[in-house]
Design a protein around this ligand. Structure first.
Ligand code: CP
Length: 317
């Protein structure tokens, strides 16, 4: 098995996924939203996941991804079982792959994996005959986060063609940034990676070259580039991945999104953040909560809708 996200009934990465497939997931997610900010009703009629069981295998903590997949599965009429590092035999030394093999042996219909190991979701998918969805693997990808970011931007702005979207912060450690780059490029937007050289080295301009894309713009001066951005995605400093320590004290001076910086962007340019938010560090609370510009909580509701679209496309008969 190749593990390619376009050949298998699973979702491991957005790199290489055709724009038509991405647009189809977003269009379907829109129908689940029914004009609101989150799906509010269970699927009417023949529920697409009736009788299906989705297993969660989350080896890193999660609030949004794990619970949004759970709500999405329930809205579609399916059920969820969950294994986490604490409380499963992983604590006795069983490997993630062996744990996934045991879930597959129980006959589950899909597995959603979060792991600190980059490529960990693909390793499981290559060895099991069960659809696997990557819920975030190390520094590699977080494809459903990117889908919800794309849906949020598309609903706020219409077409993303030619829109310069700043992705700001700890890019070196960010799976969200990698998936966002691929998704934004697929929909015709222009991602700009912004942050200090330690977190945004120039080598990251080659992030999309494996899929045939031109170099990505790298910018170390946030204040200079702000007026040209149509939207920003502010990232969390990933202290658990330990690369941020060198810049931690200086970072807010150059990169925290405060009211003065937000005012330099075009009026009403959307502000996104995948969460969890380090309030006061990478973004000022007044900006994170600004009802005119911040779409942070809308992203969360949209996360249920895109996960419904992905699960339905994989599991409905
Ligand atoms: N955005 C995101 O992945 O959040 P969680 O870690 O809470 O799932």
């Amino acid at each position: 098995m190749s593990g390619s996200p376009v050949e298998r009934p699973g979702l491991l990465a957005l790199a290489g996924v055709p724009s038509e497939r991405i647009a189809a997931w977003l269009d379907r997610a829109e129908t689940f939203l029914a004009g609101g900010d989150a799906p509010r009703a269970d699927f009417g009629g023949q529920a697409p996941l009736a009788g299906r069981i989705v297993a969660h295998l989350f080896m890193e903590d999660s609030t949004r991804t794990r619970l949004a997949f759970e709500v999405a599965t329930m809205r579609l009429g399916g059920r969820v079982i969950a294994a986490t590092a604490a409380g499963s035999s992983i604590s006795k030394g069983e490997s993630l792959l062996d744990t996934a093999r045991n879930l597959a042996a129980m006959g589950v219909d899909a597995i959603v994996v979060r792991t600190a190991a980059s490529g960990g979701a693909a390793q499981i998918a290559q060895r099991l005959d069960v659809p696997v969805v990557n819920g975030g693997d190390g520094r590699h990808e977080h494809p459903t986060q990117a889908l919800l970011d794309l849906l949020t931007l598309r609903r706020a702005m219409g077409s993303l063609k030619g829109v310069r979207v700043g992705i700001v912060g700890d890019i070196a450690n960010s799976r969200v940034a990698r998936s966002d780059v691929h998704g934004l490029r697929a929909l015709g937007a222009e991602p700009v990676l912004i942050g200090p050289p330690t977190l945004v080295p120039r080598t990251l301009s080659g992030l999309a070259t494996a899929t045939g894309g031109p170099p990505i713009e790298i910018e170390h001066d946030f204040d200079r580039v702000l007026p040209s951005l149509g939207a920003v995605v502010m990232l969390r400093m990933q202290r658990e991945r330990a690369a941020a320590d060198a810049v931690a004290a200086d970072y807010p001076k150059g990169y925290r999104l405060n009211r003065e910086r937000a005012a330099k962007m075009p009026d009403r340019a959307p502000i996104l953040h995948p969460g969890p938010v380090n309030r006061g560090y990478e973004i000022e609370p007044e900006v994170a909560d600004d009802p005119r510009r911040s779409l942070v909580l809308r992203q969360v509701g949209h996360g249920v809708a895109v996960r419904m679209a992905v699960l339905e496309s994989m599991l409905s008969a």
